[in-house]
Write a protein of this length. Structure first.
Length: 284
C-alpha cells in the first residue's frame, strides 16, 4: 500500500511447493495473489516452476507455451487484471522455435493484465551434488537465453533473473547499470545448496548493487523426489532481510521505498568508485 506521499509500495514474495497438477498449482497461486491483494500489495512475485514440477525434468516440455499464448499465461493475465497488481511469474516453460527444448521464462504482467516483459533464463543449472546423489542437467531440456531484461513498475525499475542466475554477479551489475533498483530472483534452490548459500548470495546481490532483492522460493519435496529449500525473502538495498518464510505455503510481504536505492547510491557511492569495468578502456 502506498503511503500518503505515494512513495511506498507493498510487495509480496509467494512461497509454494509445486507438483505435477497445473490446475492445483494455479489454484494455490490464485489464493496467494488474493491474499496479497487483501494485504494491500501492488506486486506479487511467484517462484521458479510455480505452474508445474513433474516426475521427470523432461515432463515440462509437454506444457511449454508460445510466448503470449497458452493457458498458464492466460491465467496470469486474468489474475493480474482481476487483482489490479503487477505479477511477476517466476518461471514457466516457453517454446523455443526450431528446438525440442524449451526456455525457462520469467514473465511480467501489469495491473491491466498486459504482458510487459519476458526474460529467458541465461544460466542453466548443470550441477552434480554427490553428497545427495543428485544430478541436475537443465540444459538437457532447456535452452539458455542471452538477453538481460528490465521493466519499469510502480515500485521502480525491475531487473529479472531466475534461480541459478544469482551466482553470477555480472548479470546483476549489468541490470544495475541499466537502472535496476529492484532485482527479482525467483528460485527452486535445492535443500543442500540453499542451506549453504541462499542467504549469503541474496544479501550480497542486494548490498553490492544497493538494490532491493525479492526472492520467492519453492519449498519441500516435489514429485521428482527432490527437496527445495524455501526461505523466501525480501532484502533491502543495505542487505537487511525485511521478511522471510522458512517453509510452508504463504507470503513474505514488505514495504519498498522506491527512493531508497537512489538515495543510498548517492550517500554511499560505491557504484561510482568502480575501477575495473569490463566494457571500457579508461586509462585513468
Amino acid at each position: 500500500m502506498q503511503d500518503s506521499s505515494g512513495n511506498r509500495i507493498d510487495v509480496a514474495a509467494v512461497q509454494m511447493c509445486s507438483g505435477d497438477d497445473i490446475a492445483e498449482n494455479l489454484a494455490v497461486v490464485e489464493a496467494m495473489i488474493k491474499e496479497a491483494g487483501a494485504r494491500g500489495c501492488r506486486m506479487a512475485v511467484l517462484p521458479e516452476n510455480f505452474a508445474f514440477v513433474g516426475t521427470k525434468d523432461s515432463d515440462k516440455l509437454q506444457h511449454a507455451e508460445p510466448e503470449g499464448d497458452g493457458p498458464i499465461q492466460s491465467f496470469l493475465s486474468r489474475a493480474a487484471k482481476h487483482h489490479a497488481m503487477w505479477l511477476i511469474a517466476g518461471s514457466l516453460p516457453l517454446q523455443a522455435a526450431g528446438s525440442k527444448r524449451c526456455f525457462g521464462a520469467s514473465m511480467v504482467f501489469d495491473p491491466q493484465g498486459g504482458l510487459r516483459a519476458c526474460y529467458r533464463k541465461i544460466h542453466l543449472f548443470d550441477v552434480d551434488l554427490p553428497e545427495r546423489n543428485e544430478q541436475y542437467r537443465e540444459s538437457a531440456n532447456m535452452r539458455h537465453g542471452s538477453e538481460t531484461v528490465l521493466v519499469d513498475t510502480d515500485a521502480g525499475r525491475l531487473g529479472l533473473s531466475i534461480c541459478y542466475d544469482v551466482r553470477f554477479p555480472e548479470l546483476y551489475r549489468r541490470l544495475t547499470d541499466d537502472g535496476a533498483t529492484i532485482l527479482a530472483v525467483p528460485a527452486a534452490f535445492t535443500a543442500v545448496t540453499g542451506a549453504a548459500h541462499w542467504h549469503i548470495l541474496l544479501r550480497a546481490r542486494a548490498i553490492e548493487n544497493l538494490a532491493y532483492v525479492i526472492a520467492p522460493a519453492q519449498y519441500g519435496r516435489h514429485p521428482n523426489g527432490r527437496e527445495t529449500y524455501g526461505h523466501s525473502m525480501i532484502v533491502d538495498p543495505w542487505g537487511r532481510i525485511l521478511g522471510e518464510r522458512a517453509t510452508g505455503n504463504g507470503l513474505v510481504v514488505a514495504t519498498l521505498d522506491p527512493e531508497l536505492p537512489d538515495r543510498l547510491r548517492r550517500e554511499f557511492p560505491a557504484l561510482q568508485h568502480r575501477r575495473l569495468r569490463q566494457e571500457t578502456n579508461e586509462a585513468n
